[in-house]
Design a protein around this ligand. Structure first.
Ligand SMILES: *Cc1c(COP(=O)(O)O)cnc(C)c1O
Length: 199
Protein backbone atom coordinates (compact mmCIF):
# COMPACT_ATOMS: atom_id res chain seq x y z
CA UNK A 1 0.00 0.00 0.00
CA UNK A 2 0.99 3.58 -0.45
CA UNK A 3 0.82 5.12 3.01
CA UNK A 4 1.59 8.52 1.51
CA UNK A 5 -2.02 9.13 0.54
CA UNK A 6 -5.14 8.24 2.54
CA UNK A 7 -3.48 6.00 5.15
CA UNK A 8 -1.27 8.74 6.62
CA UNK A 9 -3.65 11.31 5.16
CA UNK A 10 -2.00 14.61 6.06
CA UNK A 11 0.41 15.31 3.15
CA UNK A 12 3.39 15.17 5.48
CA UNK A 13 5.00 11.78 4.90
CA UNK A 14 6.13 9.59 2.01
CA UNK A 15 5.76 5.95 3.01
CA UNK A 16 4.76 2.54 1.76
CA UNK A 17 3.68 -0.54 3.66
CA UNK A 18 3.34 -4.25 3.10
CA UNK A 19 0.74 -6.14 5.14
CA UNK A 20 0.28 -9.90 5.38
CA UNK A 21 -1.56 -12.36 7.62
CA UNK A 22 0.92 -15.09 6.66
CA UNK A 23 3.28 -15.31 9.66
CA UNK A 24 6.07 -16.94 7.69
CA UNK A 25 5.99 -14.21 5.05
CA UNK A 26 5.88 -11.53 7.76
CA UNK A 27 8.97 -13.06 9.33
CA UNK A 28 10.79 -13.03 5.98
CA UNK A 29 9.84 -9.41 5.40
CA UNK A 30 10.99 -8.49 8.91
CA UNK A 31 14.27 -10.29 8.29
CA UNK A 32 14.85 -8.37 5.05
CA UNK A 33 14.06 -5.05 6.72
CA UNK A 34 16.40 -5.82 9.55
CA UNK A 35 19.24 -6.93 7.28
CA UNK A 36 19.01 -4.12 4.75
CA UNK A 37 18.19 -1.42 7.27
CA UNK A 38 16.37 0.65 4.64
CA UNK A 39 13.35 1.25 6.82
CA UNK A 40 11.09 4.18 7.58
CA UNK A 41 12.34 6.62 10.21
CA UNK A 42 10.71 6.64 13.65
CA UNK A 43 9.01 10.00 13.19
CA UNK A 44 7.53 8.98 9.82
CA UNK A 45 6.26 5.73 11.40
CA UNK A 46 4.64 7.80 14.13
CA UNK A 47 2.96 10.06 11.55
CA UNK A 48 1.59 7.03 9.65
CA UNK A 49 0.28 5.39 12.84
CA UNK A 50 -1.31 8.61 13.96
CA UNK A 51 -3.00 9.10 10.59
CA UNK A 52 -4.19 5.50 10.53
CA UNK A 53 -6.28 6.07 13.66
CA UNK A 54 -8.59 8.44 11.80
CA UNK A 55 -8.57 6.65 8.42
CA UNK A 56 -12.13 5.40 8.76
CA UNK A 57 -13.58 8.76 9.83
CA UNK A 58 -11.68 10.61 7.13
CA UNK A 59 -12.73 8.22 4.37
CA UNK A 60 -16.36 8.26 5.46
CA UNK A 61 -16.52 12.05 5.57
CA UNK A 62 -14.51 12.71 2.40
CA UNK A 63 -16.51 10.15 0.40
CA UNK A 64 -19.81 11.63 1.56
CA UNK A 65 -18.58 15.09 0.55
CA UNK A 66 -17.34 13.76 -2.81
CA UNK A 67 -20.83 12.41 -3.61
CA UNK A 68 -22.34 15.79 -2.85
CA UNK A 69 -19.74 17.69 -4.87
CA UNK A 70 -19.90 15.29 -7.84
CA UNK A 71 -23.67 15.66 -8.01
CA UNK A 72 -23.49 19.40 -7.67
CA UNK A 73 -20.82 19.87 -10.34
CA UNK A 74 -22.85 17.67 -12.72
CA UNK A 75 -25.58 20.30 -12.65
CA UNK A 76 -23.32 23.21 -13.58
CA UNK A 77 -23.53 24.35 -17.24
CA UNK A 78 -19.76 24.96 -17.48
CA UNK A 79 -18.93 21.43 -16.35
CA UNK A 80 -19.09 19.16 -19.42
CA UNK A 81 -18.66 15.88 -17.58
CA UNK A 82 -18.09 14.56 -14.06
CA UNK A 83 -16.30 11.23 -13.61
CA UNK A 84 -17.03 9.53 -10.31
CA UNK A 85 -17.33 5.78 -9.63
CA UNK A 86 -20.17 6.55 -7.23
CA UNK A 87 -22.35 7.33 -10.23
CA UNK A 88 -24.21 4.21 -11.25
CA UNK A 89 -23.62 4.97 -14.95
CA UNK A 90 -19.84 5.22 -14.46
CA UNK A 91 -18.17 2.30 -16.32
CA UNK A 92 -16.15 1.45 -13.19
CA UNK A 93 -19.14 1.53 -10.87
CA UNK A 94 -19.56 -2.24 -10.48
CA UNK A 95 -15.83 -2.71 -9.83
CA UNK A 96 -15.99 0.00 -7.19
CA UNK A 97 -19.01 -1.58 -5.50
CA UNK A 98 -17.29 -4.98 -5.54
CA UNK A 99 -13.99 -3.71 -4.14
CA UNK A 100 -15.04 -1.06 -1.66
CA UNK A 101 -17.79 0.04 0.67
CA UNK A 102 -17.99 3.68 -0.34
CA UNK A 103 -17.54 5.55 -3.60
CA UNK A 104 -14.25 7.17 -2.67
CA UNK A 105 -13.03 10.70 -2.25
CA UNK A 106 -11.56 11.29 -5.71
CA UNK A 107 -13.42 12.53 -8.75
CA UNK A 108 -12.58 14.37 -11.92
CA UNK A 109 -14.46 16.78 -14.09
CA UNK A 110 -14.07 18.30 -17.50
CA UNK A 111 -14.27 21.96 -18.42
CA UNK A 112 -14.31 23.19 -22.02
CA UNK A 113 -10.58 23.66 -22.59
CA UNK A 114 -7.24 24.71 -21.13
CA UNK A 115 -8.28 28.36 -20.92
CA UNK A 116 -11.32 27.47 -18.83
CA UNK A 117 -9.06 25.43 -16.53
CA UNK A 118 -6.67 28.38 -16.28
CA UNK A 119 -9.48 30.74 -15.24
CA UNK A 120 -11.02 28.26 -12.84
CA UNK A 121 -7.76 27.44 -11.04
CA UNK A 122 -6.91 31.14 -10.85
CA UNK A 123 -10.14 31.91 -9.00
CA UNK A 124 -10.71 28.83 -6.86
CA UNK A 125 -9.62 29.46 -3.25
CA UNK A 126 -10.09 26.46 -0.96
CA UNK A 127 -8.38 23.42 -2.51
CA UNK A 128 -4.61 23.19 -2.72
CA UNK A 129 -3.43 23.13 -6.34
CA UNK A 130 -0.95 20.23 -6.40
CA UNK A 131 -0.19 16.73 -7.73
CA UNK A 132 -1.09 14.72 -4.65
CA UNK A 133 -4.31 13.21 -3.28
CA UNK A 134 -5.77 11.59 -0.18
CA UNK A 135 -5.34 14.21 2.51
CA UNK A 136 -7.25 16.32 5.03
CA UNK A 137 -7.14 19.26 2.63
CA UNK A 138 -8.84 19.08 -0.76
CA UNK A 139 -6.35 18.85 -3.59
CA UNK A 140 -6.99 19.93 -7.14
CA UNK A 141 -4.67 18.69 -9.86
CA UNK A 142 -4.39 19.25 -13.59
CA UNK A 143 -3.29 15.90 -15.08
CA UNK A 144 -2.52 17.18 -18.61
CA UNK A 145 0.14 19.54 -17.22
CA UNK A 146 1.14 17.68 -14.06
CA UNK A 147 0.98 13.89 -13.55
CA UNK A 148 0.50 13.05 -17.25
CA UNK A 149 2.49 15.90 -18.82
CA UNK A 150 5.12 13.49 -20.16
CA UNK A 151 2.50 11.41 -22.01
CA UNK A 152 1.94 12.33 -25.70
CA UNK A 153 -1.24 14.35 -26.17
CA UNK A 154 -2.90 11.74 -28.46
CA UNK A 155 -2.30 9.06 -25.84
CA UNK A 156 -3.75 11.30 -23.12
CA UNK A 157 -6.82 12.06 -25.21
CA UNK A 158 -7.36 8.34 -25.84
CA UNK A 159 -7.53 7.85 -22.07
CA UNK A 160 -9.85 10.77 -21.53
CA UNK A 161 -7.13 12.98 -20.04
CA UNK A 162 -8.13 16.02 -22.04
CA UNK A 163 -6.83 19.58 -21.65
CA UNK A 164 -10.05 20.48 -19.81
CA UNK A 165 -9.81 17.71 -17.20
CA UNK A 166 -9.25 18.46 -13.51
CA UNK A 167 -8.90 15.92 -10.71
CA UNK A 168 -10.24 16.64 -7.25
CA UNK A 169 -9.32 14.77 -4.10
CA UNK A 170 -11.90 15.78 -1.51
CA UNK A 171 -10.64 16.54 1.98
CA UNK A 172 -12.37 17.35 5.25
CA UNK A 173 -13.58 20.87 4.59
CA UNK A 174 -17.31 21.50 4.84
CA UNK A 175 -18.57 20.32 1.41
CA UNK A 176 -20.91 23.32 1.22
CA UNK A 177 -17.91 25.65 1.49
CA UNK A 178 -16.18 23.76 -1.33
CA UNK A 179 -19.29 23.89 -3.50
CA UNK A 180 -19.66 27.61 -2.86
CA UNK A 181 -16.01 28.14 -3.78
CA UNK A 182 -16.34 26.13 -7.01
CA UNK A 183 -19.42 28.10 -7.97
CA UNK A 184 -17.75 31.48 -7.49
CA UNK A 185 -14.71 30.27 -9.50
CA UNK A 186 -16.92 28.88 -12.28
CA UNK A 187 -18.86 32.14 -12.30
CA UNK A 188 -15.66 34.10 -12.90
CA UNK A 189 -14.55 31.57 -15.54
CA UNK A 190 -17.82 32.15 -17.33
CA UNK A 191 -17.55 35.95 -17.32
CA UNK A 192 -13.93 35.81 -18.58
CA UNK A 193 -15.03 33.60 -21.48
CA UNK A 194 -17.89 36.02 -22.18
CA UNK A 195 -15.45 38.94 -22.34
CA UNK A 196 -13.01 37.07 -24.57
CA UNK A 197 -15.58 36.14 -27.15
CA UNK A 198 -16.66 39.78 -27.19
CA UNK A 199 -19.96 38.93 -25.51
C1 LIG B 1 1.93 9.93 -4.42
C2 LIG B 1 3.01 10.87 -4.30
C3 LIG B 1 4.31 10.45 -4.02
C4 LIG B 1 4.68 9.00 -3.91
O1 LIG B 1 4.06 8.34 -2.91
P1 LIG B 1 3.79 6.78 -2.99
O2 LIG B 1 3.95 6.32 -1.60
O3 LIG B 1 4.78 6.18 -3.94
O4 LIG B 1 2.38 6.63 -3.48
C5 LIG B 1 5.29 11.41 -3.90
N1 LIG B 1 5.02 12.71 -4.06
C6 LIG B 1 3.77 13.15 -4.33
C7 LIG B 1 3.53 14.61 -4.52
C8 LIG B 1 2.73 12.25 -4.47
O5 LIG B 1 1.50 12.70 -4.76
Amino acid sequence: HSATKFIAGHSDVVAGLAATKDEKLAEQLGFLQNSFGSILGAHDCWLVLRGLKTLHCRMTQSSASAVKIAENLSDHPLVEQVYYPGFRFHPGSSTQTYQAQGSGAVLSFRLRDEEAVRQFTKHVELPVYAVSLGAVESILSYPARMSHASMPKEEREKRGITDGLLRLSVGLENPDDLIKDFHQALGKTESEAFLQTGG
